[in-house]
Design a protein around this ligand. Sequence first.
Ligand code: SAH
Length: 248
Amino acid sequence: MNAQPLDLTLAAEALTAQPQAFERFAQMLIEHNRSLNLTRMDHPQDIRTRHFLDSLAALAIVDEPASIHPIDTSFSVMDVGSGAGFPALALAIARPNWRVVSLEATEKKVRFQRRVCEALGLDNVELLHGRAEVLAHDPTLRERFDAVTARAVAPLNVLAELTLAFIRPGGLGLFWKGPNVRQEYDAARKAIKMMGGSAFTLHSYALPDLPETAFYLVAAAKRAASPAALPRRHFGVIKKHPLSHLES
Ligand code: SAH
């Protein structure tokens, strides 16, 4: 699969358009990092690049479908495993007209995100404490989102099962990946298909300060509704026996 180069101009513009919000978010990350263990980064410049700019890289792919969205409903994004708020809160800051649902399994991280939302006055974010494999069966969340995002949560075959049921048919899945992306993709094809996804495209980019490292965004189109039995409700099973390793 060939990777298309991704232009980070929109991401860089979005970052400079909201200097106070991103600066405050970075300060809060640094302040709470010692007690909450939120990130390996403890320097504002690293946070800007590795968390904010990296999260906003998605704008180059999502801005266009979001802009042609009917104006009476807002473009909706579910971020699965958002941790300290990536990419969820970065996208919510950059695009106040989107509705962002941020799902995270660890309560203390959800609490941190709540403090950030309050401090920044972010009113387009809904925080959910829970597990994707359980909440994907909730009818108010299933097949409801225009896009689902996940960064640094699981290998692609596991992610496909965890996340694709949240996307409405015709919507988009976006997954942040590193250098192993092609192997992960090969192992995930079957899981993606079983979940109703198809037509993956691979986008590559470099971040300033890290010119040697290749970063990837995998974009998946959701074509058909996911089967009712999926995802399986136990993370242990999903992880130990990924769909791609099962016989069809
Ligand atoms: N996306 C963030 C955090 C990555 S760490 C970032 O890029 O910085 C992965 C996070 O996913 C952890 O906070 C973990 O609690 C959460 N997570 C893992 N499996 C999950 C699941 N099944 N449902 C919800 N959250 C999950």
